[in-house]
Design a protein around this ligand. Structure first.
Ligand SMILES: [Zn+2]
Length: 533
């Protein structure tokens, strides 16, 4: 009981997060002479920083510290910042892979990222405790935090059916989510745009978000409609805010955007809704990736939701049904217009048996070559297995408007076939700070570290402060840049000279050390009464 009280007071909050430090982290390491940008937004300053046993033990002038580090690395001319935190990824397949180099995830580390969130878009499994145990045992490159998603729990209880949950089913879904939250998940995620999650009405989402809120979690949503597919962008932002107001959960909007010409310019209305909710005391935040193209599947881009009831099988059956097909094709034409036309859809990666030779071509070019209409071409490609696409659906003015908000942070939404998986953080740095001149280095670091740690509850991370965990990126402000692009999306970024993950060097002199120094990060739920056995 005493221990519980102390934990509630925060006394052990950091101790609970101490990772089992690899041997390399045990030595005292100093970076000297770099520009320290600490994650708070405060002006950068030339300072030395010392780490020991996985923690930052000193920030200041080394010769006044009384410390004699085992190793001193000169960081003159370099930026020393907290390791970046990526709150929206699809990195779990790599982190859980059999191959050690996939689990190391250089695509993440070479962006300067030391912590990722998984389970976004409603995709996270509820058994986060055993998942964390498994990842810890096998070893991973970055740290990872977990969201529990609507998708797996709804599918487990209701399947892919288009109907509301019964009271009993809702209770079972709530119990699954509660289990994951008490095992240390960050919060509850939804992808209400995706089947079968789109079948969940507002009340069901509120009932589940309440379970997360009561256990200290946030609500993270890929909103129901980022465009004009169904209820529209602004109504979907309002829905997410309503979930927060009714459940008590802080709201986080994933990859905020105005998708497609129908809603270009609506960033202003979206920002006004969020600002109003924040002024009323609700914590609302969002993340954003710095690319004009989203990444999705061709079917998800073009096929209306109702036609995906029953999954791929259901869709193929409807395409074969002469009664249904004309309506389906007409709506696909509508969706193609929403997506700015066939020239704006670039095929990037084949699914199942689809022809790899189509990769790198737009839907318009493929249709022209086949002498066929774009929607018929898309249907043929979907039938053959499907494709991942880069979908050029965003307007620069909206991207800039969202980027300018102090409640918006950097995230990759990294997915296979899109350069954002390899290059988001350096691209955001280039676009926002170096080339765009939209914000200071300090503000870019803040929206990639401290703001994200505070929002997602990564206690003891996200800042360069004594006592904090030694997740540190040291990068060259001249050369920190993406190398991946839409045509070659899998090139490692450049400019990160050193990267510490939990105090261990993961990148040294711009090259991987091979270290698997990441740790699963579970929220401390010991002080939450609802999580008592
Ligand atoms: Zn998403």
């Amino acid at each position: 009981m005493l221990a519980k009280t102390l934990q509630a007071a925060g006394a052990f909050a950091l101790a609970a997060l101490v990772p089992a430090a690899p041997a390399a982290a045990m030595q005292t390491l100093a970076f000297t002479g770099g520009t320290v940008v600490d994650g708070s937004g405060a002006p950068g300053r030339i300072a030395d920083i010392v780490t020991q046993d996985g923690r930052i033990v000193f920030v200041g002038a080394l010769d006044e510290s009384g410390l004699t580090p085992d190793r001193i690395i000169a960081a003159d001319g370099l930026v020393v910042a907290p390791g970046f935190i990526d709150p929206h990824t699809h990195a779990l397949a790599d982190l859980a892979a059999a191959e050690a180099d996939r689990r190391r995830s250089d695509n993440i580390l070479f962006q300067g990222v030391t912590t990722v969130v998984v389970g976004n878009d409603g995709g996270g499994e509820p058994a986060v405790g055993s998942l964390a145990e498994d990842l810890r045992a096998r070893g991973i490159g970055p740290n990872v935090g977990f969201l529990v998603g609507l998708g797996p729990i709804r599918t487990a209880v209701i399947g892919e059916d288009n109907r509301t949950a019964t009271a009993d089913e809702l209770a079972r879904m709530q119990a699954m989510l509660a289990g994951g939250m008490c095992e240390g998940a960050i919060g509850f995620s939804t992808g209400l745009h995706y089947t079968p999650q789109n079948f969940a009405p507002l009340d069901e989402v509120v009932a589940l978000a309440t379970v997360a809120a009561e256990r200290g979690g946030l609500y993270d949503s890929h909103i129901r409609d980022e465009s004009s597919y169904s209820q529209g962008l602004v109504a979907s932002i309002e829905e997410a805010i309503t979930v927060g107001q009714r459940s008590g959960a802080p709201v986080h909007i994933a990859h905020i955007k105005a998708l497609g010409p129908d809603v270009w310019g609506q960033s202003e209305a979206v920002i006004a809704r969020v600002e109003a909710a924040r002024a009323n005391g609700l914590r609302v935040t969002a993340d954003q990736y710095p690319w004009r193209a989203s990444g999705t599947r061709l079917a998800n881009a073009l096929v209306p939701r109702w036609a995906l009831d029953g999954g791929r099988e259901g869709l193929l059956a409807r395409l074969d049904d002469p009664e249904v097909r004309p309506r389906l094709v007409a709506e696909m034409h509508d969706n193609l217009r929403r997506r700015a036309g066939a020239e704006a859809l670039l095929l990037t990666r084949p699914l199942r048996g689809a022809d790899p030779a189509l990769g790198g071509h737009t839907l318009a070019a493929i249709a022209e070559q086949r002498g066929e209409d774009a929607v018929e071409t898309a249907i043929a490609i979907i039938r053959s297995g499907g494709y991942r696409v880069a979908s050029f659906v965003m307007d620069g003015a909206d991207i800039e408007a969202f980027a300018g908000q102090d409640w918006v942070m950097t995230a990759s939404d990294g997915s296979t076939g899109h350069p954002r998986r390899f290059a988001t953080f350096p691209k955001a740095y280039r676009d926002l700070v170096v080339d765009g001149g939209m914000m200071s280095l300090e503000r870019f670091v803040r929206r990639s570290t401290g703001l994200t740690a505070d929002t997602f509850g990564f206690t003891g991370r996200g800042y360069l402060r004594e006592g904090y965990i030694a997740d540190i990126v040291v990068f060259d402000p001249q050369s920190f840049a993406p190398r991946a692009g839409y045509a070659a999306p899998e090139e490692l970024s450049e400019g990160v000279r050193y990267l510490l993950v939990n105090g261990a060097l993961a990148i040294e002199n711009g090259a991987t050390t091979g270290a698997l120094a990441g740790q699963p990060v579970l929220r401390d739920t010991s002080h939450i009464d609802l999580c008592e056995e």
